[in-house]
Design a protein around this ligand. Structure first.
Ligand SMILES: [Fe+2]
Ligand SMILES: [Fe+2]
Length: 268
């Protein structure tokens, strides 16, 4: 691993300066839940790519430990700033809500398309953490900026690895440009689906003991949109999403739906 969360100086965080920012609390806690559940995805991916020892061994030995470390690093940040929050109880609730959705059914129909989907997911995560890094700098919270920076770099590295495997699979499973655009677009739409909403719901219920209502999450999403407008690295996202198309001259006509999809993911 390129970094170790144990080396981060959590004790130096000025918790008082940021602990009243509810939006930050929900954002980072949700991310910690989703990251720390990566072992479930890893098992499903290993089943999906069974027989491809190169991919399966990288998923087990590199990808999963790194994703889990993301979760642990974020969890420790949450527990350092909001120690009164019962992270474990909220996470147990999240798992109860979310695990039934984690099945092989959510995968693409073929191996090459799933590699493309993985690249979309890593685009989403690397750019999200870049936005968090930018936000943390603005909040004058260097420890969070450091964590988000490290995670964002890892996610780019994951993207590169999935891209290598994507290229390998395209040698035997040819995809047309429209297949590529459709797969990217379909996966982008899924990013906005359940995980963020269920994480928010689990946190809300644990924190307040009240019944969750969808409008609360809609309010949170409105705040995410504002956050994204200010901090999201759009150019980076668009560049990564378009890379599988290996664009030359026809950039404009094919890139528009992809860019629209990218913007939709973050609710713009
Ligand atoms: Fe991650
Ligand atoms: Fe990743």
């Amino acid at each position: 691993m390129r970094w170790h969360y144990e080396d981060i100086d959590y004790a130096s965080i000025h918790a008082e300066a940021i602990r009243n920012i509810d939006f930050l609390f929900y954002l980072i806690t949700s991310a910690s839940f989703i990251e720390i559940t990566s072992n479930v995805y890893e098992k499903n991916l290993a089943i999906f790519y069974a027989g491809d020892d190169e991919v399966v061994s990288w998923l087990e030995k590199v990808w999963e430990p790194e994703e889990l470390q993301h979760g642990k690093a974020l969890k420790k940040f949450v527990q350092s700033v909001w120690p009164e929050f019962d992270w474990q109880r909220a996470y147990d609730r999240f798992k109860e809500l979310y695990l039934p959705h984690c099945t092989l059914d959510e995968f693409q129909p073929t191996r090459v398309k799933e590699m493309l989907a993985r690249m979309v997911v890593e685009t989403g995560t690397s750019t999200f953490y870049k936005a968090v890094e930018n936000y943390a700098k603005d909040l004058n919270t260097p420890i969070l900026a450091q964590i988000a920076h490290n995670i964002s770099k890892d996610e780019v590295y994951h993207y590169d690895n999935f891209e290598e495997a994507f290229k390998k699979y395209t040698e035997t499973e040819k995809l047309s440009r429209s297949d590529i655009i459709k797969t990217i677009y379909d996966r982008l739409k899924m990013v906005d689906a359940e995980d963020g909403r269920l994480a928010y719901r689990a946190i809300y219920e644990t924190l307040t003991g009240k019944t969750f209502r969808d409008e609360y999450y809609e309010e949170h999403k409105a705040k995410v949109r504002k956050f994204a407008k200010k901090y999201y690295p759009y150019k980076m996202a668009i560049k990564m999403l378009l890379r599988p198309l290996q664009l030359h001259r026809t950039v404009e006509s094919v890139s528009v739906p992809v860019i629209q999809g990218a913007l939709k993911v973050i609710g713009i």
